[in-house]
Ligand binder design. Structure first.
Ligand SMILES: Cc1cc2nc3c(=O)[nH]c(=O)nc-3n(C[C@H](O)[C@H](O)[C@H](O)COP(=O)(O)OP(=O)(O)OC[C@H]3O[C@@H](n4cnc5c(N)ncnc54)[C@H](O)[C@@H]3O)c2cc1C
Length: 350
């Protein structure tokens, strides 16, 4: 019988896994709580602008990433040419050591990565489906093979699946493991290992202005954790994102600031963020944006990675994990390959 594979999450890891399984004898179903795919590699449209409000670009990590990106089609591929500069607590933006040869996104936004990967698969993506509970069924009633069944927040069930891959950020995966019925000693240690991973919180503000300055940089990153702005970038450096004559700044606030101000109303927090940006750019016009948008990322970037041995301890029972937290680095390409590798291991199962 064709193995049935369930994947929770359609971010880079989930899409990477489905992509790896595209040539295998497998029936793949992805359950995604959002209405779109891409996870934290996300794009939004507003007032004729398009902006990547989570991950800014896919970093050229290695040759296989470059080759995969190009295989997904060069049409609409954007390579941001301007460099990333640096600043410290004093707010002076200066040239850094930008070693990143390619910084990829697409004219239609970075969400194209997930879309293009999934378009090349037969995977069924059930969007707007938040998985709440997991159950292991079969083994103790003597059926031939145990399976995994999922229940979503509307009470609908999905599965059974012969293999299950969980890709949400570690705290959300740990919550799913806590809501898993599986009479097996490994579950407790596995849940602890996943729950051990901590994340930095980032609140992103998107600031639009009816003018455009020619800075020599695309982005500027705070390198000493001494500034309230952690990252500032110019979305207009990406073809197709911002109409001529306008500028769109993406300000990712530092983790402490973001955690303190996470739930503050947009009007108030956005005005304070714009003031900080204006100070950083030493130009008061930036304190008064035409419009502002925001996104809170409670689980933005993993601080550490999970114990690899624990995370792979249930693979013989068909339970797999992938995502940036399994590799300990918040990078789109790392998440993608962790999913791809898990997909290959699933394909190799008997
Ligand atoms: C503000 C910010 C800036 C960043 N900048 C960069 C950058 O410039 N370059 C870079 O390489 N990386 C960057 N990163 C990191 C990068 O975005 C992540 O490391 C990567 O996208 C993680 O992919 P993932 O598949 O592991 O997780 P995710 O993208 O989080 O995917 C997990 C998916 O699971 C879904 N999900 C969660 N719980 C459930 C559930 N119960 N049921 C169903 N679905 C569920 C989520 O909706 C999500 O779609 C940034 C991240 C943030 C937040």
């Amino acid at each position: 019988m064709t193995p049935r594979v369930g994947i929770v999450g359609a971010g880079a890891a989930g899409a990477g896994a489905a992509y790896a399984l595209r040539g295998a004898d497998a029936e793949v179903t992805i359950l995604e709580k959002s209405r779109g795919v891409g996870g934290r590699a996300a794009t939004r449209r507003k007032n004729d602008c398009r902006y990547d409000h989570g991950a800014n670009y896919v970093k050229e990590g290695d040759e296989r990433t470059e080759s995969l990106i190009r295989d997904l089609g060069e049409e609409g591929l954007v390579d941001v040419e301007e460099p990333v500069w640096i600043f410290e607590g004093d707010g002076e933006i200066r040239e850094g050591d930008d070693d990143e040869a390619h910084k990829w996104t697409w004219t239609e936004g970075i969400t194209q990565l997930g879309k293009r990967l999934l378009d090349r698969t037969d995977a069924e993506v059930r969007k707007g489906t938040r998985v709440e509970r997991i159950a292991r069924e079969g083994a103790d009633v003597g059926s031939e093979r145990s399976t995994w069944t999922l229940t979503d927040t509307d009470g609908a069930t999905h599965g059974p699946f012969d293999a299950l891959l969980l890709t949400p950020p570690a705290p959300q995966t740990a919550a799913l493991l806590e809501a898993t019925e599986w009479d097996d000693d490994r579950l407790g240690a596995l849940t602890d290992a996943v729950a051990d991973v901590e994340y930095r919180t980032i609140r992103t503000f998107v600031l639009n202005y009816p003018f455009r300055e020619a800075f020599p940089w695309y982005g500027a990153v705070n390198v000493d954790d001494g500034h309230e702005v952690g990252w500032l970038s110019r979305e207009e450096c990406k073809d197709g994102h911002v109409p001529d004559g306008e500028s769109l700044l993406v300000a990712q606030m530092a983790p402490d600031w973001s955690a303190d101000r996470y739930d503050d109303p947009l009007e108030e927090a956005g005005a304070d963020a714009a003031k900080l940006v204006a100070d950083l750019l030493d130009d008061e016009r930036y304190a008064d944006p035409e419009w502002v948008d925001d996104q809170g990322w409670r689980y933005a970037l993993p601080e550490n990675g999970a114990d690899g041995e624990a995370v792979r301890s249930a693979e013989d029972a068909g339970l797999f994990f992938a995502g940036d937290w399994t590799v300990g680095e918040g990078r789109v390409h790392r998440a993608l390959w962790s999913g791809h590798d898990a997909g290959e291991r699933i394909a190799e199962r008997d």
